[in-house]
Design a protein around this ligand. Structure first.
Ligand SMILES: Cc1cc2nc3c(=O)[nH]c(=O)nc-3n(C[C@H](O)[C@H](O)[C@H](O)COP(=O)(O)OP(=O)(O)OC[C@H]3O[C@@H](n4cnc5c(N)ncnc54)[C@H](O)[C@@H]3O)c2cc1C
Length: 428
């Protein structure tokens, strides 16, 4: 334990999954955390979020009440034929927990958010409860002075500023990053089907099995593009079946980045080659609710993540295509790194700038690799973690080819990595 540990005043800008994870990790490490969010938390529904073992590990370490997040534990990855729904492949994950020490959870974004918010602010549990301040839209940051100014005129000072304000981050610009990004050739609609509707209407019941099911994602009959892909998974304790429906961008009419909040008619989804889709899947989509467009952009990796007393994290630092299902897990890993670096094990609380440089050294290469692999998986489904390495020999081959593998994601030991880097710094 470091004898120089100092409690920090931390400002987390953005109360999404990344910001709340950072708040929990830094609270557990003994700091005073305020979370500044631009709006209240009841505006959007979202859909399923994958939390593989590399994310679940940190939720457990922070003593988050995972059952409260109503998880569905993933047991299979099922590939189906676009036109018929016939099962082409069924990868079983029954040994996943035994192999990696943690399960692969599927959560509903809202459930995950609610539990993290409760954990951050609860009087129970280790550390001082975090404060949440809504209606605080970050406008500017002075990374050297450690100040944040909000649109409502409030300016605050902190020892550490965490920019967790998502894909359109304001903090990012304030630490000198100009994103280099372009529209993805593939875009997405997400929607939900209630399991009670599936049952009531007699729709296919495999929809709420503990599996992620895919249609398409590879070039298909009659010139169907690989950009047509469906990802379906149950979440919220099995009450909701969540769909991501991908298609070529030129078919869609929405032009905003990130998440827009206007529902679309089902006809917007059931167009182009969706007219030849498995009728059972079409029936589910026809009975969907909360249909939202999600336009996707490809961001080149940024050249830095930290400046003075400020850093960025999660989608603000490494926005990625959704095809590795690692957006939330990588944000959780960022938060975990901050919690460890600024814990009483090390002396970085006396030199926040040095601690943040270490944060970038630890996190940027790994998150950038996942970000790049998520672009590759857009073009080739076989680049997706899991499909690259279903067996041990597969994993060796995939790793030799530079593909991202389950072993690389779940075998990673962050505590050890940080210890190693700190030893190097001490020796220098
Ligand atoms: C509404 C919403 C729905 C989503 N739905 C899905 C989904 O269905 N599936 C999926 O895979 N991923 C979804 N995501 C993305 C996923 O949650 C993220 O990839 C991942 O969890 C990383 O989270 P993050 O905290 O870095 O970013 P985000 O989850 O985007 O959180 C950023 C937070 O910062 C706040 N914020 C933004 N700008 C400012 C500002 N200037 N000042 C203060 N606060 C600000 C936002 O309101 C938001 O709460 C969604 C994100 C959002 C915001």
């Amino acid at each position: 334990m470091s004898s120089t540990f100092k409690q920090l005043k931390v400002a987390v800008v953005g109360g999404g999954l990344g910001g709340l994870s950072a708040a929990v990790a830094l609270r557990r490490a003994g700091h005073l955390v305020d979370i500044y969010e631009r709006r209240d938390f009841n505006v959007e529904v979202g859909a399923s979020i994958s939390c593989a073992a590399n994310g679940t590990q940190w939720l457990r370490e922070w003593e988050v009440d995972i059952p409260d997040m109503k998880p569905i534990i993933l047991m299979n990855l099922v590939m189906r034929e676009w036109e018929t729904g016939k099962v082409l492949n069924d990868y079983k994950l029954e040994k996943y927990e035994e192999e990696w020490g943690n399960v692969y959870n599927m959560f509903h974004r809202q459930d995950m958010h609610a539990t993290l918010l409760k954990t951050a602010t609860a009087t129970e549990g280790k550390g001082t409860p975090c404060k949440v301040l809504i209606d605080h839209i970050c406008e500017s940051v002075d990374p050297e002075a450690g100040t944040v100014t909000f649109k409502n005129g409030v300016t605050i000072t902190a020892d550490l500023i965490v920019g967790a304000d998502g894909i359109r981050s304001a903090v990012r610009g304030q630490i000198g990053i100009i994103p280099d990004m372009k529209s993805s050739p593939q875009t997405c609609y997400r929607c939900n089907v209630l399991t009670e509707d599936v049952k009531k209407l007699g729709l296919v019941d495999y929809s709420y099995a503990p599996a992620i099911q895919y249609w398409g994602g590879v070039p298909g009959k009659n010139g169907r593009s690989k950009y047509y892909k469906i990802v379906m998974s149950p979440c919220s304790g099995g009450e909701v079946v969540s769909f991501y429906c991908f298609m070529p961008t030129e078919l869609t009419s929405h032009h905003e980045e990130g998440f827009t909040f206007k529902e679309v008619p089902v006809a917007d989804i059931l167009q182009g080659r969706y007219d030849a889709l498995d009728p059972d899947c079409v029936d589910l989509l026809k009975n969907s609710i909360e249909r939202m467009p999600w336009r996707l952009y490809v961001h080149q990796p940024y050249d830095h993540w930290v400046n003075g007393k400020a850093c960025i994290l999660g989608d603000a630092a490494h926005p990625m295509m959704p095809h590795q299902s690692q957006g939330a897990c990588q944000a959780i890993e960022d938060a975990a790194a901050l919690g460890i670096i600024f814990s009483d094990k090390y002396d970085f609380t006396g030199d926040v700038k040095r601690g943040l440089e270490l944060y970038e050294t630890i996190r940027k290469p790994r998150a950038t690799r996942v970000q790049s692999a998520s672009v590759k998986a857009t073009e080739n489904l076989n680049e997706r973690i899991g499909f690259t390495s279903m067996t041990a020999p597969d994993a060796e081959l995939a790793a030799a080819e530079g593909k991202l593998t389950i072993n690389e994601m779940n075998g990673y030991k962050m505590h050890f990595h940080i210890e190693e880097e700190v030893a190097k710094l001490s020796a220098a």
